[in-house]
Design a protein around this ligand. Sequence first.
Ligand code: SF4
Ligand code: SF4
Length: 723
Amino acid sequence: MRYDEIPMSREFSQKIAHSLDDAPMHTALSRASLYFDLSRTWAFADLEDLEALKRRAREIKEFSIEHLEELLVQLQESVTRNGGRCYIAQNAQAANDYLLKLMRERGVTRAVKSKSMVTEEIELNKHLEAAGVEVIETDLGERIIQLAGERPFHITGPAIHKSREAVGKLFAEKLGVPYTDDPYELTKIARASLRQSYLEADIGITGANFVVAQTGTFIVITNEGNDRLTMTLPKIHVIITGIEKVVPTLADAGVLLKLLPRSATAQKLTSYVSLVTPTPDREVHVILVDNGRSRMRADAQFREALYCIRCGSCMNICPAFRAVGGHVYAGQTYMGVIGALWTAYVDHNGQGDLQQARELASLCMTCGLCAKECPVQIDLPWRNAQLLSRANGRLGRKPTDRLKSFVYRKLLPNRKRLARAVRAWQLGTRVGLPTIAQAILTRTDADFAHGLEILHGHQFAERFLHERLSELLAKNPNSSGQRVGYFVGCGIDLLYPDAGAATIKILQHNDCAVRCAEEHICCGVPAFYYGDESAAKRLARSNIEILEKLATEVVVSDEATCSAFLKNYSKLLRDDPAYAQRAEKLSQRVRELSEFLSQIELKPFQSVSEIVTYHAPCHLARPQKLGERPLELLRQIPSLEIKELEKSDHCCGGAGTYSTIHHRVSLKILSEELERLKATGAQTLMTPCSACMIQHQYGCRRQGLPVKTVHLSELLARAWGVE
Ligand code: SF4
Ligand code: SF4
């Protein structure tokens, strides 16, 4: 049994394990990823203001989905006026029935088809073949997977996981041609085998990338031109696409067209852009598929997913997708993080599958790379977290999830209780408790059990930060310097108290009077991103009250993840009338440590002779766009030698507690990071995030790498002589 055939709901972790061991898939994906990584910059280089273009694209999609009903009426009128027939299918069954009836009436026995994800969604080929109609896929990638009997691996590159050697063997076996792995020869073979099919087909089926309501025009982009042969050689042309593809005008489609090929295949334009407007002299049918989209549109949390223009860049960039591939990180049709959102509403029968969607959503590490790439600015990690929350609320949880929920709801809101739990864990290590716990948990949740290894080897300090605060704060300067609130994150407090102490000392050294709240609670980020939105909101409300009492102009956090989430309180509590404004005010006051230090006058640095490299935490680099700030500080330290870490802002696989959810995926991503780390030759890795610190330390321990991991504040404290 291939791993993409194992039933997903029961065997998800087995599928993940198989995919992680699939060396040919990883080789093929690495080649493709290298191409995308290298070409992306070039593809966007000529756009003067990319962010403005993305904002415009988003506005177009927002408007189109908001006015979808009117636009669909307008589109139907336009198509009919032009001479075509337009049918809105409420679900997959209705779409297939329409087409099968048409085929029966016209006596169709052969069809050619160009690439269309909607036809995958409605399982068109299966239905046509059951009715005795032969369907030939004409897109090269689709043809390869049709011959292989597989499903698409990627939204724009259906056969991206296949090496040319594998394609050569497949063609030899299925098409009876001599083996070759020369891409040029393989393309010639595919072309020759398809030519006759176009001539013999009675019907040509295409999708559409954009649909223009005003003119009734359908825009199809390809690199092979197969769409043009498909739509023009057979007597009948059928366009099947989703209702969400409609936009008001050709000019609107033009804006989206600037972004789609660049984002999808790192091309300024695809080789073929076909604009099709039905005419009375040809039989053209348009089937617009709903199949769950209207329900998605009515859901405020998931409507945004309908803005997707199917570029696939959220898959290309995603470390989790690169690790497990598009046969595992996929619902019935759609892949990656956007696939998780769509799977909640859209599947083969238009009902959606929340269970499957939850499994996919669990793969996200919230690194934010996808959101940065998305041409229509969909807030993918945030929506993914909301999907998890919803699914957890409706479907219940596994025993280990209930344990995590206990942590989010009972321990994170009470630092002293959390500290006692950590101390109990420490004591337990002396009598082998973690080993026993791991042995028991392995039976119910192997990832959770293995993920605990990270904590197992951690050297805890004798005192947590909150136990040292009064003596640290007693050293506040007597100057009239700025009053600064310091937000003590859980990771810094319990795992890296020396880093927190260093933060207080360097702020004081630079004339700040540091204040801390007496009660310390978690910012809420672990609860939010792992599917407990209401627990996160409770923590956020409590933190707003606690931090308001501090009465400081700014609140500084030395945890990239905490500062990012505190800034996001305004988004989290947007619909809470009692807290929305207060959240907004707090969000404005929050500063990440390096951000704050770059805004005040700093004392001179002393020399530090060390070779250091820097890993930018995801939540610093993406949502806060501050990835360079720590480096700017380090560059001011005399004698410090900084070695550049390749992809320094890519996820290390830590992502808070991700390692306890998908331990093996986390390890794979970590091993790639460690290869890059080794290449720097640095003695020290600096990263201002406790989750990244513990993940790197764990990796270095496993591999015996002599690299020390430190927080930014610890290095700065040395450079200011206040260790
Ligand atoms: S946030 Fe990161 S891990 Fe999650 S889907 Fe996006 S790219 Fe993938
Ligand atoms: S969610 Fe955004 S990045 Fe992902 S496929 Fe859709 S448009 Fe592209």
